[in-house]
Ligand binder design. Structure first.
Ligand code: ACO
Length: 448
């Protein structure tokens, strides 16, 4: 049997043979389907890319139906149990697990690039004390391109390596500075004696002690969370990094686009939204009422559902195990009871099962962050730290892929055409002036 798709255009009676490769047809092969010679040709319409592959990639494999996640061929379960986050970052970026000397060099390079330029502090000082740390991080990452202008030489392997090292190394520093800024606390500089996760905890939490000593169990839990968030193929923020990077802008600017995409509540902002939701539910008794609201479409069960996973998100399973461990160390959290019961009831409910809505990675991760004493505004920021490795790996892969060009989708134009221009004095319209809705009274803000 031929690996082709036969398409008959019933408008013309013409039949076309379109090659199938990897269970996929090329959208450009549809362009030959025309009604007449003046016709532009057929396009594929796919808002939100529900069924469009935009690249070939060998970084991350997901089987959403079976709940499988693998990076470069290794299962997420193995990587979480046997690797460190920096080892996984190396795997994503270079395609192979590092040898001992390779890992030693990688860890050394990352550890010795954790400091940010002192002028970055001036940038941070410009933010209001109550600025969201993700907004601050977004600005900080974008600003990094101005500190390393040679990064725009994206075909130079040395520049690419340095950009990868700098971004992976400095993201925790920028993230922790964002947090300290929002509390009005002095910034804590990196400590090269600590691990990647331990150093981040130190920069967040260190106060007057001479040396910050992270609890190794909490350090491990954070490192596992970093591994779980390191990459997830063509999600919204990765697609943003690839799309912006396809213009051949420097990698800091491309990654800043990823940070912006991750900020949204339907993506990286979900774990913050989960905690807000659990707090709003307040007690197990209110769960039935809340679920009714979800089913009526009044709200969403945050941390549930995924574009790709139509099964239990394998990352959620691993996070869930660590929640119990962490809470054993730091003490119980009543929100866990609400989360557990809410999951149970949702999993017994036809609304969720028929739509294949299961907990995703964000459902439980917020509870660990909270147990680590990290406020909810920081959750998305912490997501950005490990995802940086994935963004960089995807950006590098895109730059080495000769099939890629500047990302430029098509559209189906639905507006008017060829209207006669009407001078302003002759224009008529509704009496009521259209404009923004009336403003609600602005609440006085602290520190305004
Ligand atoms: N709560 C209630 N209903 C839901 C939810 C939810 N969390 N998620 C999806 N649905 C419903 C939709 O209303 C829709 O119902 P319908 O068929 O009756 O219209 C159906 O399930 C299909 O959902 P879609 O919105 O079409 O799924 P999509 O793939 O577009 O969205 C998304 C995926 C954005 C993750 C969605 O499930 C969602 O908003 N979840 C909550 C936010 C969240 O947890 N995001 C984190 C994702 S993981 C990550 O980014 C790291």
């Amino acid at each position: 049997m031929a690996d082709t798709l036969s398409i008959t255009d019933n408008r013309t009676g013409e039949t076309y043979e379109v090659p199938i490769e990897d269970d996929t047809i090329k959208s450009m092969d549809l362009r030959q389907i025309k009604v007449n010679d003046d016709d532009f040709g057929m396009m594929a319409y796919d808002p939100a890319f529900l069924n469009t592959a935009s690249c070939r990639s060998s970084i991350t494999y997901i089987d959403g139906e079976a709940g499988i996640l693998q990076h470069r061929g290794y299962t997420i379960e193995d990587l979480c149990a046997k690797s460190s986050y920096l080892e996984v970052a190396y795997l994503l970026v270079f395609g192979e697990l590092p040898t001992e000397p390779q890992l030693e060099r990688w860890v050394y390079d990352v550890t010795h690039h954790t400091f940010v330029h002192e002028d970055m502090r001036s940038l941070y000082r410009g933010f209001r004390h109550d600025a969201h740390p993700m907004g601050i991080l977004l600005a900080g990452v974008g600003a990094m391109s101005t500190f390393y202008p040679h990064a725009k030489e994206i075909d130079d392997p040395e520049e690419r390596y340095m950009a990868a090292i700098r971004m992976i190394a400095k993201m925790p520093t920028l993230a922790a500075f964002s947090y300290r800024h929002s509390l009005g606390l002095p910034y804590v500089y990196p400590d090269n004696d600590l691990s990647y996760a331990g150093n981040f905890l130190g920069m967040m939490r260190k106060m007057t002690e001479v040396k910050y000593e992270p609890d190794p169990r909490l350090e491990k839990a954070l490192d596992v969370l970093f591994i779980l968030h390191a990459d997830h193929e063509q999600n919204c923020s990765t697609a943003a990094v690839r799309s912006v990077g396809s213009s051949r802008v420097d990698p800091y600017s491309a990654v800043a686009a990823g940070v912006a995409a991750l900020y949204g509540p339907l993506h990286g902002g979900a774990n913050e939204a989960v905690l807000k939701m659990l707090r709003r539910i307040e007690s197990v008794d209110n769960i039935p009422g809340f679920l009714e609201g979800v089913k009526n479409g009044d709200e969403k069960l945050m941390g549930f559902g995924h574009r790709v996973y139509k099964n239990y998100d394998p990352r959620a399973r691993i996070v869930k195990k660590h929640v119990d461990e962490v809470l054993e160390i730091v003490g119980a959290n009543p929100l866990l009871d609400i989360a557990t019961e809410l999951e149970k009831r949702a999993m017994d409910d036809e609304y969720f099962t028929s739509r294949k809505l299961y907990p995703n990675v964000d459902y439980y991760s917020g509870l660990i962050y909270e147990a680590l004493g990290i406020p909810s505004e920081m959750f998305t920021v912490i997501f950005a730290i490990p995802r940086t490795a994935g963004w960089i790996a995807q950006w590098m892969e895109m730059n080495g892929d000769s099939a890629q060009k500047i990302a430029r989708p098509r559209q189906i134009y639905t507006g008017d055409r060829d209207l006669e221009y009407v001078p302003i004095a002759d224009r008529t319209g509704p009496e009521k002036i259209t404009g923004p809705p009336a403003r609600r009274p602005v609440k006085a803000r602290r520190g305004a």
